[in-house]
Design a binder for this molecule. Sequence first.
Ligand SMILES: [Zn+2]
Length: 386
Amino acid sequence: MNLQEFLNAARAFGKAEWEAIVEGVENDMTLIDETLYSLARESEAKPPVIKRALVEHHPEVARYRRKIETYEGYPKDDILTLSRAMRPDVVKLMELRNMVAQNLGYIDYKDLECELSRIHEETIKDRLQEIVEKDSGEAEALIEKHSMSWESWFQDLRKMTALEETLQPQDIVENVAETFGFDKLPNVVNIHQNEQGIAGFARKFSDSDIRIAGRIIDNASDLKTFLHELSHAILYAYNTPENLEDFLLPAKDEFLANLLENILVKYVCTQTQRRLIQKVNLLEKIRMSLSALFELDLWNKVKTPEERFTYHYERLMPVEHPEYWALDSFRSIDPLFMQYYPLGLLAGENMLVIIDQEGLEGKELGAWLREHLINRAAHVEMAAFL
Ligand SMILES: [Zn+2]
């Protein structure tokens, strides 16, 4: 298999995803799925990126994934109706992923995912439990103070962290580039903003064209999201695979973006912005930990998702409609993925302690981050930071 062909197909896939999600273009992704799948099958070497492609672009997995992703053919009267209608397909998709993983010699899909990410399920669960136990008291107080609910969660986060002025994303990019010496960023990053659209999204079209989509930045939640997407852009700007082992898998990409995001917040945000982002992080870290614990549990007990959903989420506040599990965060599109957000944030906190001990800052810190983390992103061991 030709590496350049695989890279081109992977980029075409990312570009088509961008067009569908950000621009609302109705792309038929079938052909790209087929290309990636047949290239992966042809490959004699089976590094993580190939194994993942054999699952995600498997014709049946891809068909169900697409259907769920685009809500194709489901009644969309309200999200409860939508969740109920999607449920059988979400279960079917889980079964398909398990089946393909088993054909590749794994116990199930979770076994494959943990091996590709080189991190044990028990380590993941222990860290997530610690996050929930450590922060839930403070989170409950915030939830009560701001009358938050699961249904209005993201609007609540925006409302409670409103900023006095609207920030310009280009200024933030300049600031990050200047602070850390990431000189090429302003030249390669293209920003698409919209009022009500997608919260955040980043894709690499080419070495000189990295796209970020996001909302207007007038609250700390959207500021945090922008810094998160910019962290993805930094990873993409300084990483071009030279062999199959160099491909950055989504799990690692997400983990490192969360880690870097925490570092950007410390060095480019004002004190007020930092304080508000800390609030968002506290609440989001718990929500995402509960979501990930539910997700990991779900793959053990596919038959009782509603019961498991309530069990995990009720640790923070009541769940009115357990049927929403079928729509939970990333579970239908990119399952077993949620843990890399809270774990990445935790790794960022640990990394800031090291940075402090080493007395690093400014461009020196930027160079250090590039050498230890950014330039060799695909080869970083996540477990080493936890
Ligand atoms: Zn991300």
